[in-house]
Design a binder for this molecule. Structure first.
Ligand code: KG4
Ligand code: ZN
Length: 339
């Protein structure tokens, strides 16, 4: 039997709705909120308001694109957390009303689990290689940095995490210091392509076990530029590509060192990446190279599933639907914490 799931994502600044038929996508619609660009970061109140404006049209477009009507849906899955509370409330309230109105089950999804489960979205021809269990996933986004031991679809253990900033935050903050637009990760990725990654070196943190820290790196970058700007006020403009490449390389090598350590310690040789920073072209390249060197099976998400999207919420919802893990109508979102 074919199962149709509607997925809703509203945890940060993207309003997204997707329709899946089993593990394949029929539609994945994302409305980005450009309003935040002029503030250099996401403004929570504006994000909630934009979600209110976008959610109905986005769902409507997703259903039309999928070519189904809402009566065909088996369940609605939504992001319960973590994220911005006001943003999550919009998706949560919409999903509850929809479930109630249509008389279908409501399924709550953890955003970080969903980033990982995006690896199980099959392509149209059914030819995509899907990971087997167990595998390790380095989940790198704007709000989180985690190494997760994935034991089954819904059984995951966080074995390493950041103790302060996330990897995406390190990209975004470094970009902001250089006067680049928000979000800074894709800007740094672009500039770094023509830069020398070994031109500048920044100190790497000494954090035990499999945990990460990125706040010291941001501070040392800030002080380094402040000192250079004293003698040359055009230092950033004149060295933009090398600065971007060197900063990017430092972040990637911190991530890769811990990921290699996790693989060695756990003996798991299936390695995946997920989350917004997994869109980074150099990160993707270095992970593939490390895979060849170490004999890992590497899983890199399709570009459209790296940053926030509702297809990943719908696939997580699909697995929960199969296990009949439904939410009650008094469920409330959570801003922090994870699975
Ligand atoms: O997963 P995501 O869309 O949202 C969160 O759940 O946080 O991740 C957004 C993060 C931002 O910090 C953004 O700068 C970063 O992903 N990002 C990138 C790239 N594309 C997005 N970082 C580095 N290189 C990229 N190409
Ligand atoms: Zn995300």
């Amino acid at each position: 039997m074919n199962i149709y799931i509607l997925g809703i994502e509203s945890s940060c600044d993207d309003t997204s709705a997707a329709v899946l038929i089993n593990n394949k996508i029929l539609a994945n619609i994302i409305a980005n909120q450009s309003i935040h660009e002029k503030y250099g970061g996401v403004v929570p109140e504006l994000a909630s308001r934009a979600h209110q404006q976008n959610i109905i049209p986005v769902v409507d477009t997703a259903l039309k694109t999928a070519g189904i009507n809402k009566e065909q849906l088996h369940a609605i899955a939504f992001t319960r957390g973590p994220g911005l509370l006001g943003s999550l409330l919009v998706g949560t309230s919409f999903s509850k009303s929809f479930a109630l109105g249509m008389g279908i089950p409501l399924v709550e999804v953890d955003h970080m689990q969903a980033h990982i489960l995006a690896h199980f979205i099959q392509n149209d021809n059914g030819t995509r290689d899907l990971p087997d269990f167990p595998f390790l996933c380095l989940t790198i986004s704007g709000g989180h940095t985690q190494i997760v031991l994935v034991k089954n679809y819904l059984e995951m253990e966080v074995i390493g995490k950041t103790i302060d900033d996330a990897a995406g935050e390190a990209f975004d903050k470094a970009a902001k210091i250089m006067g680049l637009p928000y979000p800074g990760g894709p800007e740094i990725d672009k500039l770094a392509k023509q830069g020398d990654p070994n031109r500048f070196s920044f100190p790497k943190p000494q954090i035990p076990e499999l945990d990460f820290s990125f706040s010291g790196l941001k501070t040392s970058f800030l002080y380094f530029l402040r000192d250079e700007l004293k003698s040359n006020e055009n230092f950033i403009q004149e060295n933009l590509h090398d600065l971007a490449a060197s900063m990017q390389q430092t972040i990637i090598s911190i991530l890769m060192e811990k990921l290699s350590k996790a693989a060695r310690q756990s003996g798991v040789n299936q390695i995946a990446i997920a989350g917004g920073v997994s869109a980074n072209s150099e990160m993707r390249k270095q992970l593939s190279e490390a895979g060849e060197r170490n004999g890992w099976d590497v899983f890199i998400p399709e570009f459209q599933f790296t940053t926030d999207n509702a297809a990943m919420i719908a696939i997580a919802g699909y697995f929960k639907y199969l296990k009949k893990e439904f939410a009650s109508l008094d469920v409330t979102p959570y801003a922090r914490g994870s699975f």
